[in-house]
Design a binder for this molecule. Structure first.
Ligand code: FAD
Length: 287
């Protein structure tokens, strides 16, 4: 099933999850139990990340996306990055996806890897979007950044570049995580002004431990509203309380987003079934 069809119903908010493959030195089966539990929550789809290096990462992404679709009965989306891939490598990956019945791809540029000279075949995700459409019958999604992509100089150029990605065939957008809904609403307005009319899912990351917060902020530059900082400071030395507070914060964000008519919620599950279950239970009647 192509995930674009999910957004056709205006009565329901799309609810999807993100998961990631295990590290290279762990057997792939090591995540299957957790992914099965996550899929048992019946999200509309599950997306599977792609190794940052882009080299050889596709087989695990493909294997897991295939497992989710065939064995766990949930539609899957395979992420695909291009900054470290040649055209031939992308062709091979697309062929692999095709052979395994993967119909949906989240097309990404990927981050530059320090010390690795990027390949020059694809400079931006927009070029990958166009290439995928020209080389197969895939549904293509793209990433967007409510707080502006880290390399962008300003909001205007960032949203104009996003428009190029949509024009190149991104049929649906998934946002970077954010902790302040006002930031997301501001982004939606800029996107509308720029003529971006495709569905946008809000990326929500339930923060459940202190290390995760530090990592997230340094990696994606998400700003932390005072309310969030207060909660995290209060519970930082009590892991269970911090986890529950992180879940409660994410639920509050989701309730507000749904009430404001968001197209979809994309939950960064961190492969954690407990957290995914708690949040799904709290919001499923609202979708
Ligand atoms: P692009 O859309 O190409 O944008 C990159 C930068 O270039 C931006 O600053 C943009 O404004 C600028 N730009 C774009 N087009 C032009 C143009 N024509 N001219 C000038 N400038 C331009 N990374 C992974 O390695 N694996 C994953 O699985 C993964 N999944 C992700 C999922 C989501 C939902 C999100 C939000 C991010 C994900 N990332 C992943 C991270 C992503 O790869 C990085 O954020 C990367 O730095 C940018 O990727 P992009 O596809 O958004 O790039």
């Amino acid at each position: 099933m192509k995930i674009s069809t999910l957004f056709e119903s205006k009565d329901k908010t799309v609810f999807s999850f993100e998961v990631f493959p295990p590290k290279k030195d762990s057997p792939i089966e090591s995540v299957y139990g957790r992914l099965e539990e996550i899929c048992a929550l019946s999200p509309d789809f599950v997306s599977v990340t792609y190794g940052a290096g882009g080299t050889g990462g596709h087989s695990r992404t493909c294997e897991i996306a295939t497992k989710i679709k065939r064995d766990f009965g949930v539609e899957s989306v395979a992420h695909l990055t291009c900054v470290n891939s040649t055209r031939q490598m992308i062709d091979e990956t697309l062929e692999d996806f095709k052979q395994n019945g993967i119909e949906n791809i989240l097309a990404l540029r990927g981050d530059y890897v320090p010390g690795v000279e990027p390949k020059r075949d694809f400079r931006y995700a927009s070029e990958l979007c166009a290439y995928i459409h020209a080389h197969g019958d895939f549904d293509v999604s793209g990433a967007c950044y409510p707080e502006v992509h880290l390399e962008s100089s300003d909001e205007v150029s960032d949203v104009l570049n996003l428009r190029k990605k949509v024009d190149a065939g991104a049929q649906h957008l998934i946002s970077q995580l954010f902790f302040d809904n006002a930031v997301f609403y501001g982004f939606l307005q800029r996107a509308k002004i720029a003529g971006i009319n495709v569905p946008v899912e809000a990326g929500i990351m339930p923060v459940t431990n202190k290390k995760q917060i530090e990592r997230m902020v340094s990696l994606c530059g998400a700003s932390l509203p005072p309310k969030f900082v207060k909660i995290m400071q209060k519970y930082e030395s009590r892991p269970e309380a911090l986890r529950d507070a992180g879940i409660a914060y994410a639920v509050e964000q989701i309730v507000d987003l749904i009430a404001n008519g968001v197209d979809g919620i994309h939950l960064y599950t961190m492969n954690n079934p407990y957290v995914a279950q708690k949040i799904t239970q709290a919001v499923k009647t609202l979708l």
